[in-house]
Design a protein around this ligand. Structure first.
Ligand SMILES: [Zn+2]
Length: 104
């Protein structure tokens, strides 16, 4: 059963600076992965289920996935992503106005 993450990107950022504060490694990995997905999707508006340049970050039993990740913007302004290889998927909200938002 693939995992499904629901991530509010703001929860991973320092409220004042908008930067990533010192985080435990797993949280840091998620923040950087989601930031990269947000940068790709917000920089390529209108793309639908587009292949991103972001490799999967999933690691299970010490064997990383590195599968192709597809992502798109939903009607509700969230970004959904899915790894083609392992099926891991998630929803990213709270990305507008973050340092990775390239839509402006
Ligand atoms: Zn994967």
């Amino acid at each position: 059963m693939p995992d499904h993450y629901t991530i509010d990107l703001r929860h991973y950022l320092d409220e004042k600076t908008g930067e990533i504060p010192p985080l435990p490694a797993p949280a840091m990995t998620i923040a950087l992965f989601c930031g990269a997905v947000v940068a790709w999707v917000s920089g390529w508006p209108g793309s639908d289920g587009e292949l991103t340049n972001v490799p999967c970050r999933r690691s299970r039993s010490r064997s990383p996935c590195y599968g192709d990740v597809y992502a798109r913007l939903t009607v509700g302004d969230a970004i959904v992503f899915r790894c083609q290889a392992c099926g891991e998927q998630g929803t990213i909200s709270g990305w507008r106005g973050t340092r990775w938002d390239r839509s402006a």
